[in-house]
Design a protein around this ligand. Structure first.
Ligand SMILES: [Zn+2]
Length: 191
């Protein structure tokens, strides 16, 4: 069973306790695409990634070079009219980081509040989806999506790639298409 306490991931396919390093989203320009993983042909509007690293490798850079270095929990976001209330906290911060280079610190934030009810997941060994795509990741994809409202999704799409004083250039479609499976085995925690 997968367990989450404040910023620590343990159980499921990983050995020991992995620490949360950062979380980020991938999303599309419209509701019918945006997730990086496609399950039985279904694309979701967005996908949340929580990046954890294995402290036995000393630091994050060191963990990137190890096969058991990093575990990423992926959560699908689905558009609906009864959004998960806990998502509000994150999406409210978006107004503060509208343009390139801005940061929003999160103090005493417990990311496990963003998790869906079900802890069913798929898992496989793989790489980062951004270059240099190190092969160091245990992917853990939660089966149950969480619901965000159309307004919240619009907020994500209102982010821009430009700096504050530059012309607006929307940040959308920051997802990478799925890669060939190349003999990788995907396991499910459920039947
Ligand atoms: Zn990602």
């Amino acid at each position: 069973m997968l367990m989450f306490s404040i910023a620590v991931l343990r159980g499921g396919p990983v050995q020991g306790a992995y620490r949360l390093r950062q979380l980020h989203f991938h999303w599309g320009s419209s509701d019918d695409h945006g997730s990086e993983h496609i399950i039985d042909g279904v694309k979701h509007a967005a996908e949340l990634h929580m990046v954890h690293w294995n402290p036995k490798h000393g630091n994050f850079a060191g963990a990137l070079k190890q096969r058991d270095g990093v575990a990423v929990v992926g959560i699908f976001l689905q558009i609906g009219n009864t959004p998960k209330p806990e998502m509000k906290r994150i999406l409210e911060e978006i107004d503060k980081i509208k343009t390139k280079g801005k940061e929003a610190p999160f103090h005493h934030f417990d990311p496990s509040i963003l998790f869906p009810k079900s802890r069913d997941y798929w898992t496989y060994e793989g790489s980062f989806t951004t270059p240099p795509c190190e092969e160091c990741i245990t992917w853990i994809l939660l089966r149950e999506p969480v619901v965000v409202s159309p307004d919240q999704m619009a907020k994500l799409r209102s982010l821009s790639m430009n700096a504050e004083n530059e012309p607006f250039c929307p940040l959308v479609d920051n997802w990478r298409p799925p890669q060939p499976l190349k003999g990788r085995v995907v396991r499910a925690s459920f039947k």
